[in-house]
Design a protein around this ligand. Structure first.
Ligand SMILES: [Zn+2]
Length: 394
């Protein structure tokens, strides 16, 4: 638990720094970018939605920040409570907003007297339960018990859910539940995770199960994907451990840190990782360049009428018709992931509906731009399509 104490110490210093740095200036507030900061970190620090930061500064998620850059910050706060206010925009769901501010959706719902089924109105102002230091506020019940119940971990380079669960001696399931995450959730450096209190059960000893690292030297023909497969390490962990992105180019001879797990075996967890196949069938067209364009998903051949199942639990963020896609369902999952199911003959779910992994959501068809019945399946991470085969178990 020594690591945990050190992390808390760092967190405490971080809060002092934030309190000293934040201040409520009149008019526009600017933040001067420090070395190593990214937009996520800044959005969290000021309690401003990432999207708002991007809009205000004309940036995209891929924009590179240079130290010394001035970033315009705007965070409208409720005059009385000091809580951040967020104006609901077209297409927003409680799930999506909670994700954007990296707070558990439960806290958002509680703070606004909403339920998961509540419909948001465009223009509605929602209270975002973030403290002035950017930490999620504890629920009222917890705060009346006096001492702060919520311990927060700030995600650092190389962290994974598994590693954090070991560091604090909490189990993965509780950690994921407390933060509205799933096994496929992507951690971002600077994200704040609520560390749930262990209830009764003995915490896992952290010393015997610490992640150890080995070094792998990149050889000709290696890809990040092939290396992750060879070592049985999820791609995202490999990327995080090495500060890489999926689009990073490997150099022959480059040394990579590869997590190797001694002690506690995480094999069962790894076997459960990933999405289920929304329908069973042959892939007739994969993700990647196709003709003069780019195919943003995979096409899975199946007879018309076959039930399409949710690849992962989440919230239906769209169910309707889209040009090209025909009848389509989009499900938003935790941590920036969305799945898209297109060309359906019929959709079986409504927007705002919660679905569990494996639930029927549509039936295969050939609506939209399709020549024969098939499912066009996409996975989007922070809005950008990525290869679905990375998420589907084989
Ligand atoms: Zn397709």
């Amino acid at each position: 638990m020594r690591d945990g104490k050190r992390a808390l110490g760092v967190l405490f210093l971080g809060i002092l720094f934030l309190l000293g740095n934040q201040g409520r200036a009149e008019g526009a507030t600017y933040h001067e970018v420090q070395a190593g900061e990214n937009l996520w970190v800044i959005s969290r620090r000021y309690g401003v939605a990432l999207r708002t930061l991007l809009e205000l500064n004309g940036l995209s998620e891929q924009s590179i920040l240079q130290p010394g850059m001035k970033i315009l910050i705007e965070g409208e706060r409720d005059a009385q409570s000091g809580n951040l206010l967020y104006e609901v925009k077209q297409g927003d769901t409680p799930w999506g907003i909670a994700r954007e501010f990296q707070i558990p959706v439960r806290l958002l719902l509680e703070a606004n007297n909403l339920t998961e089924k509540s419909i948001l109105r465009v223009g509605q102002k929602l209270v975002i339960p973030l403290s002035s230091d950017g930490r999620p506020k504890t629920s009222e019940r917890a705060s009346t018990q006096g001492v702060a119940q919520v311990q927060v971990h700030i995600v650092r380079q190389g962290d994974s859910l598994w590693r954090i669960s070991r560091q604090y001696g909490v189990d993965m399931k509780s950690l994921m539940k407390a933060n509205g995450l799933t096994e496929t959730s992507i951690l971002q450096v600077g994200m704040r995770l609520v560390i749930p209190k262990e209830t009764g059960r003995t915490a896992v000893a952290s010393s015997s199960s610490a992640t150890s690292w080995e070094t792998y030297t990149v050889k000709k023909g290696d890809t990040l994907w092939s290396i992750s497969r060879r070592f049985g390490v999820p791609l995202k962990e490999l990327l995080q451990a090495n500060g890489l992105r999926e689009t990073s180019v490997l150099q022959i001879g480059q040394a990579l840190r590869v997590p190797s797990r001694g002690g506690v075996s995480s094999a069962p967890q790894r076997a459960q990782r990933g999405f289920i196949w929304p329908v069973n069938g042959r892939i007739s067209s994969g993700f990647g360049p196709r003709g003069r364009g780019f195919h943003y998903g995979v096409d899975i051949i199946a007879p018309a009428g076959t039930v399409v199942r949710a690849a992962e639990s989440g919230m239906v963020s769209y169910s309707g018709w889209m040009s090209g896609y025909g009848r389509v369902v989009i499900i938003t999952h935790a941590s920036g992931l969305q799945t898209v199911y297109a060309h359906n003959s019929v959709n079986l779910v409504r927007e705002g509906q919660r679905v569990n992994k494996g639930d029927p959501i549509a039936r295969v068809g050939s609506t939209g731009n399709a020549t024969c019945p098939h499912l066009h399946f996409e996975v989007r991470r922070n809005g950008r399509p990525v290869d679905p085969l990375e998420f589907l178990r084989r």
